[in-house]
Every structure is written in C-alpha cells, then in structure tokens.
Write a protein that binds this ligand. Sequence first.
Ligand SMILES: *[C@@H]1O[C@H](CO)[C@@H](O)[C@H](O)[C@H]1NC(C)=O
Ligand SMILES: *[C@@H]1O[C@H](CO)[C@@H](O)[C@H](O)[C@H]1NC(C)=O
Ligand SMILES: *[C@@H]1O[C@H](CO)[C@@H](O)[C@H](O)[C@H]1NC(C)=O
Length: 308
Amino acid sequence: MHIYLYLSFALFALTRYVLAEVIDANEVERFCYPEEHKNTRKSCECSNENAPPWGIRAINIDCSYKSLKTVDFSEVLPLYVNTLDLSWNSVNEVPTLASDSLRVLNVMHNNITSITNKKFVKVTNLRELYLGWNSIQSVELSAFDELAHLQVLDLSHNNIHALGLQLFRPLIVLETLDLSWNRQLNETENIQDQDFYRTFGVNSKLRTLRLQACSLTDLVLSEKAALVRLDLRRNMLEKIPTKLPTNLEKLDISGNLFGTISPAVTANLSAVLSELYLEDMPRLQSIEKDAFRTMTALKRLASRIVVD
Ligand SMILES: *[C@@H]1O[C@H](CO)[C@@H](O)[C@H](O)[C@H]1NC(C)=O
Ligand SMILES: *[C@@H]1O[C@H](CO)[C@@H](O)[C@H](O)[C@H]1NC(C)=O
Ligand SMILES: *[C@@H]1O[C@H](CO)[C@@H](O)[C@H](O)[C@H]1NC(C)=O
C-alpha cells in the first residue's frame, strides 16, 4: 500500500514536469507577448534568436501590422527579449516598457505625436531606438534619460520643429543620429548658427549624422568631432558649412542651392574626404577647374548635374 502510493506520486510529478517543458517550448516559439492577449488576434510572434553572440537566450518579438494601440502593450516584457518590433500599428504614444535585456525597439510607422519625459527609464539597455515615420512634434527635455548605452537614434520623417537644449545629453555613446525629413527643423532655435554638438548635447564621438531635408541654410559643427558621415541632402545651403569635422569621409550636399563650386567653396573640405555627393543642384551655374584639387583622398565623386 505504501509502495503503491509512492509510485503514483512519482508518476504524477514526472507528467507535470514533461508538460511544463512542452508548454515552455511552445511559448518561446510563438505568442509570448502581451501576456493578456495570448492566442488572440492581438498576440505577437516570438522567436528565438538563432545565434546570439553573447551565448544566452535571446527572444525577438514581432508585433508589426496588427492595428494595435498603446493600451494593448503591457509594461513587462518576457525574459530574454532582445528586439521588439511595434512598427505599422496605431500606437499614439510609445508604451512604457520594462526589460533589462531589450536592445532594439522599433516603433516606426505609427501615429505618435510626442515623446514624453523618462519614457525609456525602464529599458536602460537599449542599443537602437527607431521612432521614424510618425508625427512627432515635440520631444520633452528628459525624454532620453537613462539611455546610456544607446548607439542608434532614428527620429526621421517626423514633424519636429523645436529640438530642446541638451536634448541628447544622456546619450553618451550615441553613434548614429538621424533627424532627416523633419522639414521644419530649421525653426529650432540656434540650430543654424550655434555649435550643434554643444547646443543639443550631442556625443562628440558620433560617427553618422543625417539631416536630410530639414530646410537648413547652415550648420555649425566642430572640427574636432569624430564624425565620419554627414548627410545634408535637400537642404537650403548656399555654401558648404565651415568647420566641418576633419575626420569626415563621406559628405552628401546634393539638392542644395549652390550657385558655383569653386576652389574657394571647397577649401575647407577635409583632405580625408573620400566620398562627395553633389547631385541635383537646381541653381548650379558652374563648377570651376581645380574645385576638387585639395581633396586628395577623394575616391568617389557623385554628381548628376547639367551645367550650361
Ligand atoms: C492618427 O491620429 C489621428 C488623430 O490623432 C486620427 O485621426 C487617425 O485616425 C490616427 N491614425 C491611425 C492610423 O490610427
Ligand atoms: C524654415 O524653412 C522654411 C522653408 O522651408 C522657411 O519658410 C522658414 O522661414 C524657415 N525658418 C527659419 C527660422 O529659418
Ligand atoms: C574656411 O574656414 C575658415 C576658418 O574657419 C573660415 O574663415 C572660412 O570662411 C572658411 N571658408 C569657406 C569657403 O567656408
């Protein structure tokens, strides 16, 4: 009698153990988030990262194209989440999220109009944050607090016309900043006549800066900045900004309002510049001989311009 009882208990325990394993495996494969919408139309697809470089589990969650709203997302994310894709939904405010492991957050193509203070203080390990293709008009001054590991910030294709002083200061290791296609960014106070780095607290080690189509007539950078790629396509520049970083390797000033390209205009382009883009210049009258003489490192000069 005693023996019989003991055995049945062991079997029961074993069955429970196996069952738990099976459910656990299924959960990781699909529909692990949000908790309260599991196995409904609103659940997101979860998958294991194939080969995470740091050797532990990493889960990628895809919530794209589901007409989800901000309220549909719960704050707590599953353990080991690595990337979260909330793009192409009806999110009107970035949901507050909490995770120690999240590295990539994509909220592009939604309906967000503002980024409020301390939005990301519970996802402090973020490396990449994509906020492009929304209708963001305002970004509050402490919006990016605690993002000390962020390397990529994409705010392109929005409606920002007032960048706050020192806005990017918490982003101490930022490498790529994209503000392109904020067509009224030129309305930002001091953006065209004060040092861009100092005014907005941009990391001096930034490698890539994109400011396409921001209606800029000028920009003040620092010669000592580590910048390697600068995209100023489709602005309203009539001259190349002075004091460009001496490390610059790739510069795109296509689609601006230059009347002539002469040795004087290009005088301050660094000798390390290897790619220069000068396409679609509506006002260009002439390119003078020797205009590119000082650019000894130039490997690629792209121009699609007709001068008569
Ligand atoms: C975006 O927001 C506006 C007003 O805030 C609303 O009229 C519109 O339907 C929203 N679009 C989507 C796709 O949710
Ligand atoms: C910004 O650019 C627009 C043209 O796109 C222009 O009408 C406006 O006056 C500019 N504002 C400033 C402050 O430069
Ligand atoms: C080149 O740099 C010097 C010193 O910063 C400046 O005075 C000059 O105007 C610049 N030239 C051009 C063509 O921008």
